[in-house]
Design a protein around this ligand. Structure first.
Ligand SMILES: *[C@@H]1O[C@H](CO)[C@@H](O)[C@H](O)[C@H]1NC(C)=O
Ligand SMILES: *[C@@H]1O[C@H](CO)[C@@H](O)[C@H](O)[C@H]1NC(C)=O
Ligand SMILES: *[C@@H]1O[C@H](CO)[C@@H](O)[C@H](O)[C@H]1NC(C)=O
Length: 255
């Protein structure tokens, strides 16, 4: 189910370069950034494109940790702000950026990742690798993702807000203390103490108006432009079918 695509953005450790305080080296905690890290860093701070909207979303989100108390107010404001900002990103424009990332980060993008692991563990051990996949993913899907998040459902709410509500409600009950991480594959919630619980399949299979719209956006995009190899191979287990199942409705992947 597609609404979960942007969960990746919300809960992941996406590279953010709009914070002028940090340098590439500080961000990656390394004496000198390599070619790939520099490319990732520069692309995320690229002021001359709106294709970076994910990064902007995440930067603001980091400063507004709704994961702690599940207070949707600031998240709601953030999505509203985001969706009223200019967005002119096109396939061609984003391709310039993710094309460079594919080239400079070829090693990172052929590295195996266990996407069900706790994001913080992955970030500790494979930061550049995760950032490479994340950046490729987010630049590649910037247009359908933006269109999905900013689609207004008949309730008048942006889908970016509406479609995560059932999950937030469930989380409130299951992990009232908050401070959670969701695995990139959306199968597990990791608590602060390192234990995890599985997200119920029903939460991933309900498919309302937002889900249907999101699937259309993504399917059209994929039909038109294909999907970069590293995403098919190392994120969706080598098969575009898996990706299509993931974006079908209802979702059967995790049953
Ligand atoms: C990254 O940005 C810095 C400063 O803006 C620039 O000097 C450098 O050439 C850029 N590197 C790449 C690989 O684009
Ligand atoms: C920044 O975006 C422009 C497209 O608007 C692109 O031509 C350029 O390569 C990008 N630079 C980086 C470092 O991603
Ligand atoms: C939620 O956050 C908003 C602003 O960030 C605040 O005004 C409000 O009191 C919070 N609500 C709860 C229930 O904590």
């Amino acid at each position: 189910m597609k609404p979960f695509m942007f969960f990746i953005a919300l809960f992941s450790l996406l590279l953010v370069n709009t914070n002028a305080q940090l340098t590439c080296e500080q961000h990656f905690n390394t004496p000198v950034c390599n070619e790939c890290q520099t490319e990732l860093w520069n692309s995320s701070g690229n002021q001359s494109t709106t294709c970076t909207f994910y990064g902007n979303l995440f930067m603001e989100y980091q400063q507004k940790p709704f994961t702690y108390d599940y207070n949707m107010t600031s998240f709601d404001n953030l999505i509203n702000e985001l969706c009223s900002s200019e967005f002119t990103c096109t396939y061609e424009e984003s391709k310039q950026i993710w094309g460079n990332i594919m080239e400079k980060c070829a090693n990172e993008l052929s590295t195996y990742v266990d996407w069900s692991a706790a994001p913080s563990t992955l970030e500790q051990n494979q930061h550049s690798v995760i950032a490479s996949y994340g950046s490729l993913f987010f630049f590649y899907f910037a247009v359908p993702e933006h269109n999905s998040i900013c689609y207004k459902s008949s309730s008048g709410e942006f889908c970016g807000v509406e479609s995560i509500k059932p999950v937030i409600d469930w989380l409130k009950q299951e992990v009232p203390e908050g401070n959670i991480q969701i695995s990139y594959d959306h199968q597990f919630v990791y608590k602060e103490d390192g234990t995890s619980i599985k997200i119920p399949t029903e939460l991933l299979t309900s498919c309302g108006e937002c889900g249907v719209n999101m699937i259309n956006e993504y399917e059209n995009w994929i039909d038109q432009y294909g999907v970069p190899d590293p995403i098919v191979k190392n994120v969706f287990g080598g098969s575009l079918d898996a990706l299509k199942v993931y974006s079908s409705c209802p979702l059967v992947l995790f049953s």
